[in-house]
Design a protein. Sequence first.
Length: 271
Amino acid sequence: MIQNIIIDSQLLAIPNQFSASTIRTIFTAAAKFWQENTCVKFVENSQALNRVRVFKGDGCYSYVGRVGGQQDLSLGKGCESVGTAAHELGHALGFFHSQSRVDRDSAITIVLANIQPPGCGATYDATPDYQQLTSTVGDGSMKTKIDFSKCNYWIQAPPGKQVEVRLDSYQGYAVDGCIYGGVEIKADADQLRTGYRFCSPSYTGTTLTSTSNLLPIIVFNRYGSTSVAISYRYIDGEQSNVGDEEPAMTPNVIGSSTTTQPRRCVNSFYK
């Protein structure tokens, strides 16, 4: 998309006034690039009615298209490259940034599921050998907060692999519904849904396997503090894109009894 471009046969007159020899050299090279790759030609004339003043200002900028009279094109500190000069010269010729075009939305798709949530956390690359993630969330205060503090972790495996995680330890308040804190592991293919939540040390040793090569883990807290240690690695396995398919799960054994975590632990306090 171009705006107010000046076309006069094969001659486009963009007179310029330089404020430094270095800027002159860079701009001349940029103008040469445009001339060699387009039909646009440039002439230097400081007396022209409509002209571009090239100077070392505060940053890199230019008006878009002809505004009439003298208009500025700045090549300030950090802008001393032919590529930058050619970029700004493109603006002076009437070109917008592609991402600012009025029709951009028809050619761009934003996959929100690929955007990691804000806040603390990190992305880790799984290997065939176990590594351990440790995280503590909460300030230890005995005052219940309205909102949860959260850390978002992404465990990534190579394409075609799956992520296996094991809950090694949990410290925090064990309350039904995990209303004060816990850890959520999104092992299903549909990671927009609530994952498996644990908020009791009784689930130590539980193992989950993802249905894809990405496994988000959320540690959350709003009372006291929540501390977890989780081992992770990648394993061979056939991935699934079915959102309702259950991930592989190994129950933990406590004494002489065997327990398996519930399918979901949903509550109205944390979503």
